[in-house]
Write a protein that binds this ligand. Structure first.
Ligand code: HEM
Length: 505
């Protein structure tokens, strides 16, 4: 008995001793950066106990106002997390050769699989290479056709609110963006704009909430204990709904292609020429037809990419368009100047016709407005990495395994770079002002090899939608706008709604 007790004491003592030594190591690293005080076991996680998702966002984004550009957060059980918002260190991390996505992405994986957002190494490299041409600038004209017609539908759907009380624009934009990504990249029309209770859209919101809750939970480091979470069972059902939806989109496109082949309309060939001109080869067509080392992609392979692009291709642009509308409602002078530019360049009745790429390129102030909106309200406010090798940062060795959060939201609000950072001021992006900043002071689409593959698509979608909306409506702030809070799960969202009013022009 005495022997067993001695063994237990010795083991506990050994574990505590190691725990304490690890604590001293992380505290030593923190002394080079600064950061909030920590609980002995839960680290800084205790700051988030019992907090709502908007409150979590406030803490996570506000922490730099207290502790500076770069700081150390300590997770439960001595987990080291570096929170970076200085361009110098962000550049170093984004350009690092061997690095992977952080633990938070593991929680997205049951939904998105190892699609382009999450995959690493050779798999990522090969996929990025085959998918990149489907988002080439030569494809923009094809996308434009869809954005034009879907934005016309959006304008007509919003008519019922013109001259009436405030309403939420966010959900309308979500359905519009979902229709757009399905039509452009999947070659399938789903008419989500006619279906406000769209199951996929609701499931995306639920899943995003589950993921953010898990990131800020104590058991996050123990994946095998996920079954203990109150929403574990519900998450399974939600993922099933998400996958059923993407499977149905894939099946629809497969049938269309088979029919086209049977009718001899298509001799499928993934050549450059085929890709960009002869016919509209979509992202999904490519996945359905590509072979890698003689093998076609499996059903799972295809679905993980479709899941990734379906999500990334609509939730991010929804956030971008909606928050730009919010900014334009608040800053009437900017809206007026933008409206005048649109009418001056395009003419009043041009805006009801198909907008061309050439016309959109002429709208310089629109470009400045969109860039400023993506600065102030970046749709992807935070991204995460995990060090695969030791890295020297601020003159100290940060060990492999450390989690790094890149705080795009805070980089974009650094007062040293952006005077009066909370002010919406598109002049920051005038030609003369742009040259005063470095490339890592503004990274709404991230940077380096893992940057956003859809950035041209996104800019084009944002611009077409804003032109069509502004040409048809004057946007005013709703009375409850002052109470609006912001939150983030996977993208930046309003706490509840974006309340605006519309007046017909
Ligand atoms: C305003 C809209 C958008 C913003 C602000 C945005 C931002 C970003 C950011 C910050 C990343 C890096 C993520 C990370 O490092 O974890 C990223 C990656 C990615 N984005 Fe976007 N995105 C937007 C629109 C889109 C669209 C429209 C698509 C697809 C059509 C898309 C597809 C992707 C994909 C697949 C990745 C992963 C790329 C890789 O790792 O190779 N995004 N995006």
């Amino acid at each position: 008995m005495l022997l067993i007790l001695s063994l237990i004491f010795a083991t506990v003592g050994y574990v505590l001793f190691n725990y304490h030594r690890a604590r001293q190591r992380v505290l030593n690293i923190r002394s080079h950066f600064g950061g909030p005080d920590v609980h002995y076991f839960f680290g800084n996680l205790q700051m988030f106990f019992g907090k709502s998702i908007p409150e979590i966002f406030e803490i996570v984004s506000g922490i730099h106002d207290i502790h500076g550009e770069d700081l150390v957060i300590i997770g439960p059980f001595n987990e080291l997390i570096l929170d970076l918002s200085s361009s110098k260190n962000v550049e170093k991390v984004l350009l690092a050769k061997s690095i992977r996505k952080s633990f938070a992405y593991d929680f997205i994986e049951p939904w998105l699989g190892k699609g382009l957002l999450i995959s690493t190494g050779e798999k990522w490299f090969q996929r990025r290479k085959i998918i990149t041409p489907t988002f080439h600038f030569k494809m923009l004209e094809n996308f434009l056709e869809v954005f034009n017609s879907e934005a016309d539908i959006l304008v007509s759907k919003l008519k019922r609110h013109a001259g009436k009380v405030e309403f939420d624009i966010y959900d309308y934009i979500t359905l519009y963006a979902l229709d757009s990504i399905c039509a452009t990249s999947m070659g399938v029309q789903i008419h989500a704009q006619d279906d406000p209770q769209n199951e996929y859209v609701i499931a995306v919101k639920q899943m995003s909430t589950f993921i953010i809750r898990r990131i800020f939970s104590v058991l996050r480091n123990f994946p095998s204990l996920f079954f203990l979470y109150p929403y574990a069972k519900e998450q399974k059902q939600v993922i099933l709904k998400l996958h059923n939806f993407t499977n149905s989109v894939i099946d629809s496109r497969r049938k269309i292609l088979e029919q086209e082949k049977a009718d001899n309309k298509v001799a499928f060939d993934i050549s450059e020429e085929d890709m960009y001109s002869k016919r509209k080869l979509t992202f999904l067509d490519l996945l359905l037809n590509v072979t890698i080392e003689g093998q076609p992609l499996s059903r799972e392979d295809i679905r993980e990419e479709v899941d990734t692009f379906m999500f990334e291709g609509h939730d991010t642009t929804t956030s971008g368009i909606s928050f730009t509308m919010w900014n334009l409602a608040k800053y009437q002078d900017v809206q007026q100047r933008l409206y005048e530019e649109v009418i001056r360049v395009l003419g009043k009745d041009q805006t009801t016709k198909q907008l061309t790429n050439m016309q959109i390129q002429q709208l310089e102030y629109l470009d400045m407005v969109v860039k400023e909106s993506l600065r102030l309200m970046p749709p992807v406010p935070f991204i995460g990495r995990s060090l695969v090798e030791d890295m020297e940062i601020n003159g100290i060795t940060i060990p492999a395994g450390t989690t790094i959060t890149i705080k795009i939201y805070n980089i974009h609000r650094n007062p040293k770079v952006w005077p009066e950072p909370k002010k919406f001021d598109p002049e920051r992006f005038s030609k003369s002002n742009e040259s005063t900043r470095g490339p890592y002071d503004y990274i709404p689409f991230s940077a380096g090899s893992r940057n956003c593959i859809g950035q041209r698509y996104a800019m084009m979608e944002l611009k077409v939608t804003l032109i069509k909306l502004l040409a048809n409506y004057k946007v005013l702030p709703g009375e409850s706008m002052a109470n609006m809070k912001v939150k983030t799960d996977l993208v930046l969202r309003p706490d509840t709604v974006i309340p605006i009013k519309l007046l017909e022009r």
